[in-house]
Each structure stands twice: as C-alpha cells, then as structure tokens.
Design a protein around this ligand. Structure first.
Ligand SMILES: Cc1cc2nc3c(=O)[nH]c(=O)nc-3n(C[C@H](O)[C@H](O)[C@H](O)COP(=O)(O)OP(=O)(O)OC[C@H]3O[C@@H](n4cnc5c(N)ncnc54)[C@H](O)[C@@H]3O)c2cc1C
Length: 625
C-alpha cells in the first residue's frame, strides 16, 4: 500500500483546537463521508478518529494467505463470540469486524453486491417516508444513484467473460467513485458444475444483479482493482489515495469513549471524549458542527450507550445517567445465518481441478498462484477472493406453502403476540412493539414477493472439508438480538446476544431453505457425478422436528453482516435516527454506518455501506453549504 499522504496524526498534541466535523470510526461508511465532506466543504475541518491503525495488507483472501485463513482476535479484526443462543442448543455466533483504517471493507470477503429495489423500498417504508425532500428518500430510486456513484466498475475482458460466461449490464454502474469493482479472472473447477445444477433446479441466470432485481443465479463483482486485483477498500480509496487536503485530519489508535452534552442534548453539537490506546489518557475534542458516528453496527450502539443514549433501564443497570431514552439503541440486531447441505462424490472429489484445498496441500500450486497474482494483469486464484457467484431465491420459488408462513407472520404482528419475541429488556416498550409489528408486516410482504429473494447460497466452490457443501443464508430474519455494553468492562467489546431463532418462524424459513437446497441431489448433473447426500439426509429432511434439530446443530449464526442497531425509523416506532440520520432528540449527532438499516437487505453489506456513506455526505453537505 502507498504511504498515506493526507494529514495523519498520532498524538493528541498534533490536533487542531476544534473541528467542524468529527467522524467516529474510519471504516467503510465513515471514510466515505469524511472524503466527501473535505472535498466539498473546503472551509470546514474534518477529523476522523479511528481505533485501529493503518495496516493495509494482507487482508483476508490477499496473498500470502491460504485463501481463507482464520484471524486471531487482534488487529486488523475484532472477533466476537455472542452469548449462547438457547434456540440453537447454546451455540454462539462467531462474528468479526474490522479494527483498522478502512474498517470491515479492509478485511471482508470482497463479494460486492447490492440489495434489491424491494429491500430498499421496504426500508424507506420503515423509515417513515412521508414524501419529504428527495435527498432523504431511502427507497430504491433514492439509493440507486449512490450505489452507482460510489464505485468505478470495469467490465471483464472479452476473453475472461467468454471463459466464465460472465454477464453484466454497464447501465447499473457508470460512476467514477474511488472504490474499484471488477470481475475475477479465475474460477475453481467445480464452479460450472453447480451452475449447471442450479439451472436444472429451475433457477435462471440473471444478466445483471446490481440493478434492483436479482432473483436467480448472479455474478457479483469483487471490490478489487481491475488490473492488480488488489483489495479496494475505504482505507485506500477514501484516505490513502486522496491528495493532501489541509482540512482532512485522521488520528489512529484512539478510541472514542462517548459524546458529551454538557448542557443537555438539545444544545449540541456534543464534544467527543477520546482515549489514547498508546497511553490510556483521556481528552476531549471540541466540535463546532456535527459528530458523525460511523463505528459500525457493533460499536456505534456501544458509544451511544456510554453517552447515556439508549434503553433507560439498561443504562440505569450500567450506572449511566440517561441523556436520551432511546430503547432502540442496540436492540434491533440482525445478521444473515443458516446451515449448509453437504454431499460427497462417489469418484474422488479431485477429479475436478484445481480446488481451493490445493492452496494448502500443494506448495507448487500455491507458489504458482502467488506468482500469477503478481503478473500484469493479475491472474489465478487470488483474484477470486471469497467468490463472486450466488443464487438468490424467493420464498414462493422455494415452497408452495409460503403463504402459510407469511400468514403466521401477519397474525403474530397484528394480534400482538410477536412482542413476546423481542429482547426481554425492551419487550414491553410501546415504541419497540409498534416498530417490530411494522417490520414484520413489511417482511411478510417481502417474503411473499416472488421477485424478492429470501435465500442466498453463495459459492466459489462446493469443496469443503470431507466433501462438498452449499450454504444457506436467511436473508430476511425475524429474530432480533441486542448489543449491550459489557458492564464489567464498558470500554471493551460489547456483549452480543444474537437471540437467533427467538422468533420461531425463522425455523420455518430455515427448513424451507434446506429442503429447497436438497433438490440439488436430484439434478442430472450431481447424480451423474455420483453425489451422495451426507447432511441433513432424506430421513431427517422428511421430519420437521428432526430437520429443525439439524438446523440447530449445523447453522452458522453469523455471515459477518451485523446491522440495524441504530435503525432509521421514527422514534414512536423504536427508531434511533431519522431519515436525515440525526439521532432522535440529539443536536449535532448523526449515525452513518450499517447500524442505520432497519432491516437487512438481500446482500452482503459493503456496497450498501459505501452507498449510505455517499448519500449521508450529500445530506450533510446540503445542510452546511
Ligand atoms: C470478515 C468479514 C467478511 C465480510 N465479507 C463481506 C463480503 O464479502 N462482502 C460484503 O459486501 N460485505 C462483507 N462483510 C460486511 C461488510 O464489510 C460490513 O458490513 C461493512 O464494511 C460495515 O461498514 P461500516 O461502515 O458499518 O463499519 P466498519 O467498516 O466496520 O467501520 C467501523 C470502524 O469504526 C472503528 N471503530 C469502532 N469503534 C470505535 C471507537 N470507539 N472509536 C474509534 N473508532 C472505532 C473500527 O475500527 C472500524 O474502522 C464482511 C465483514 C467481515 C468482518
């Protein structure tokens, strides 16, 4: 990585006496906002305060890793283990978040897709869209231009496109944003096998999945440079590659503890209390314009709670005086989750080649892969990152019984029984109940829509230890978890209570997904290869209770997409921010990161984090210009 040439500070003494804007967290959304603010509001000074350091390479999937290498709970990532999930036999969710300049975009799988127009229209409905100014509309038409703006897309060469049958539509792109989006120049040998099998299951290839519709088989670009295939992330795109700007300061290895309103939250902006990770000293940054919280879905709610903004009962238990009682802070946690189906082939798997296991088992293959990546343009397995294809399937295309499921959801929403599934400490709160009811009604509509995917199965390869697998992602979960401060150590990572499966309808959805994916084993392609199902197995799948047992045992409870912990919904619906992203009742304080989504989209989240950052920047610039 190039050495950053903007104004890097490592000591508090190097900071200016006050800033117009302080962005808390130099991650995916935060650096997007900081870049745009400093570019357009040239007389205003912006400071980014980042917990991690500048540590750009290697990220996950970058050489010299073995394609997927576990990271320790240390920079550049935080690892979280959630509280045990009783509905999943006490299993914990393993979640990771970026702890580095660039945030999670610097460590993620680089799968670079977008949600659907149905997702974003649903979010707009939940945000309380009442026909206000276009800038604060969060429906698809209010978001699409920001998805486009945030990236520069480079189509694959004709030969690469022909080799892998890549399809795309440049009309979905056309922006010149500093984040690169391009197609891999490599696929593992079994990739086309699954693609053929999915088509035999009636899942049709979609030419372009980034234009608001994506029900079918999708190619997604990766967030990587089109020639070098190096990871493109917020740290290099929105900071290191920015020409020096006198109004753009960054301090790294400092933790924002909280925001402080000395005269109450109506007389903002607040000052920002910061802790040096070098010597543990505390100091305040004076802000004259706004504080923008962009610490990600797991840390933004922690900062709000330490600031006295959150569920008052919880704050009282933590010994923190309530500044604003906002029960939604950290109370709407969602993530993608689900079990795989697995199989083996009668002939030895390596009749396909190459496969990812060769990265660890064959030193020559790995050396060749490393050399290929250094070519111009880069070639080989390292250009694929975590993979760039997936199926996205709607509930009506998975099961004829879909209306039984959506009827159940509507019933529990309208008769009020659903509130029993909310986290215990906010369960009786009228605003949280009203908001959850609306979320469920909106989700029932999404789940019923034959064009709105509710299952994703991503694949770069089906190879897995001991055989082959296809994962299922529950794209629109109904269960809600919490992020709460660790009372014995409130400056540390917060406590995550995923509460996976607390709404029982999530199991109906998991069961429908597994049963649908098992149809793979009846396809001519997999039968022809002698595929034998290893899990869950026909006997288990035939029985609801047994299959539920399998889901509990085999599910991954996080696919690293935590969100929605400071939801953009009205205050009487349990929301934390309005459509202008301002925290309800707090002057000079906004949230701009994946916390603000009210529900998960049918997508991995980084493209959405950039688009939200771009849109937020325009909203803030319009307010201050
Ligand atoms: C391992 C992994 C794999 C993933 N795979 C994909 C994928 O393939 N495709 C995809 O689209 N998405 C993927 N995601 C998700 C996606 O990258 C994130 O959802 C998105 O980048 C989040 O953006 P954000 O701006 O909300 O937060 P982040 O980008 O995480 O930024 C938050 C920043 O705040 C900093 N911070 C936290 N607390 C403080 C504090 N108190 N003071 C100062 N700074 C603080 C953090 O260090 C971080 O830099 C993955 C995520 C992970 C972790």
């Amino acid at each position: 990585a190039s050495v950053p040439n903007a104004n890097l500070k490592r000591q508090v003494s190097q900071l200016q006496s006050s800033y117009d804007f302080v962005v808390v967290g130099g991650g995916t959304s935060g650096l997007t906002v900081a870049d745009r603010l400093t570019q357009h509001l040239t007389t205003k000074k912006t400071l980014v305060i980042e917990y991690g350091d500048i540590q750009f390479a290697p990220g996950q999937f970058d050489p010299p890793t073995n394609w997927i290498t576990p990271h320790p709970n240390a920079p550049p990532s935080w690892n979280f283990n959630s509280l045990p999930n009783p509905e999943f036999n006490g299993k914990t969710a393993f979640v990771r978040a970026g702890q580095v300049l660039g945030g999670s975009s610097a460590v993620n799988g680089m799968f670079f897709d977008r949600g659907t127009k149905f997702d974003h229209n649903a979010m707009a409905e939940l945000s309380g869209d009442d026909g206000g100014p276009p800038l604060t509309k969060w429906n698809w038409s209010g978001m699409y231009s920001y998805f486009k703006k945030s990236v520069t897309f480079t189509p694959p060469s004709a030969s690469v496109a022909a080799k892998y049958n890549y399809t795309w539509d440049e009309a979905a792109y056309g922006g010149t944003g500093p984040v690169y989006s391009s197609m891999a120049r490599f696929q593992w040998a079994d990739q086309p096998v699954l693609r053929r099998a999915w088509q035999e299951m009636g899942i049709n290839p979609v030419k372009e999945c980034a234009d608001g519709t994506k029900e079918g088989i999708c190619w997604a670009p990766a967030s990587q440079h089109p020639i070098t295939a190096l990871r493109s992330h917020a740290g290099n795109a929105h900071y290191a590659n920015v020409q020096p700007r006198a109004n753009y300061d960054l301090i790294v290895k400092h933790q924002v503890v909280r925001v402080v309103y000395p005269n109450g939250p109506k007389s903002g902006p607040p000052r920002v209390e910061v802790r040096s990770l070098l010597d543990n000293t505390l100091f305040n940054v004076t802000v004259t314009g706004e504080v923008i919280l962009s610490a990600g879905a797991l840390h933004t709610p922690s900062i709000l709670q330490r600031s006295g903004i959150g569920p008052s009962a919880f704050l009282a238990s933590a010994g923190i005086s309530t500044v604003i009682d906002l029960p939604g802070v950290g109370s709407n946690l969602q993530d993608h989750s689900g079990p795989p189906v697995t199989w083996s082939y009668s002939s030895p798997y390596p009749s396909f080649g190459p496969l990812p296991s060769q990265m660890t088992s064959n030193a020559t293959f790995k050396a060749e892969a490393t050399a290929a990546f250094s070519q111009t343009p880069a070639e080989g397995p390292y250009t694929l990152a975590g993979g760039n294809s997936a199926i996205f399937v709607s509930l009506p295309h998975m099961t004829a019984q879909y209306k039984t499921i959506t009827k159940k959801i509507r019933k529990m929403a309208t008769d009020g029984s659903a509130s029993a599934y909310l986290p215990p400490d906010i369960r009786t709160d009228p605003a949280m109940k009203a908001g959850y009811k609306q979320q469920l009604l909106v989700l029932a509509e999404l789940l019923e829509n034959p064009d709105s995917p509710s299952l994703e199965s991503p694949w770069a390869t089906s190879e897995a230890p001991g055989g082959a697998m296809a994962l299922s992602f529950l794209l629109h979960p109904l269960s809600r978890g919490t992020v709460r401060l660790n009372l014995s150590s409130p400056l540390d990572q917060p406590i995550l209570d995923y509460r996976a499966g607390s709404n029982p309808v999530d199991f109906d959805l998991h069961l429908a997904q597994v049963r649908f994916l098992r149809r793979l084993f009846n396809t001519t392609t997999l039968q022809g290869l002698g595929a034998t199902e290893t899990a869950p197995g026909a006997a288990v799948a035939a029985d609801d209770a047994a299959l539920k047992g399998y889901v509990k045992q085999a599910a991954y409870l996080s696919f690293m997409h935590p969100c929605c912990t400071a939801a953009m919904m009205p205050k009487p619906k349990g929301g934390v921010v309005g459509r202008d992203l301002k925290v309800h009742g707090a002057k000079g304080l906004r949230v701009v990161d994946m916390s603000v989504l009210p529900i998960l989209p049918a997508a991995h989240l980084s493209a959405t984090a950039y688009a939200v950052g771009e849109k937020a920047a325009d909203i803030i610039i319009a307010d201050w210009e």
